[in-house]
Design a protein around this ligand. Structure first.
Ligand SMILES: [Zn+2]
Length: 192
């Protein structure tokens, strides 16, 4: 199974890659499946039809013990678990400090029967670690997590399907045996 499970198109405001072209390019490079992951950044940027001024979200994402995000179950995988590592100029925040909240999040994901994604853009951004980091992936594995998708986070033709094979090798080295595609929200497992 060759799949790219994180693909953007012109419907995301940071991409002008036409959806039809993404499909044609995917077929041409022999991908069996792709997953469109277009985004609208509410409260971050203005949407295309949003009149007036930007309205920012109130409050913080919540204290670690509250996790308001915990009542929502209509997802397949958590994407971009440590996206900030792409942009944090002060360096990587200590895994040790993050471990308690990460453990809580990953336990929730596992109890929900959901998974996490591995985003291969870490290679493109020249990061030394995977995203999520090897520490997070190891923790997920130790907690019993086994639902994983792999995606390039492509916004341009040259991103599509990239570094997926390298990521599969890394996941095997961490102990994982399988990765997933989805059909009607249900994971389908494939050998790495
Ligand atoms: Zn993305």
């Amino acid at each position: 199974m060759r799949a790219d499970y994180h693909v953007h198109t012109e419907f995301s405001d940071d991409s002008d890659y036409a959806m039809e072209k993404v499909i044609q390019d995917s077929i041409a490079m022999g991908l069996d499946e792709i997953c469109f992951t277009d985004h609208v950044d509410y409260g971050i940027k203005k949407d295309w039809d949003e009149p007036g001024k930007m309205i920012y979200r109130k409050g913080s994402p919540g204290e670690p013990d509250e996790m308001p995000l915990a009542n929502y179950h209509n997802y397949s995988v958590l994407g971009h678990m440590d996206l900030i590592t792409r942009y944090d100029k002060t360096g990587t925040y200590s895994f040790k400090k993050l471990k308690p909240i990460l453990t809580k999040i990953l336990k929730t994901v596992i109890a929900d029967g959901k998974g996490i994604e591995v985003n291969t853009s870490s290679y493109r951004y020249g990061l030394s670690d995977l995203t999520p980091s090897r520490d997070i992936l190891k923790l997920y594995w130790e907690l019993g997590g086994h639902i994983l998708t792999i995606g390039s986070d492509s916004h341009k033709p040259e991103h599509l399907g990239t570094f997926i094979n390298e990521t599969k090798q890394e996941l095997k080295a961490l102990g994982f045996k399988k990765f997933c595609t989805f059909d009607k929200m249900q994971p389908i497992f494939h050998q790495l």
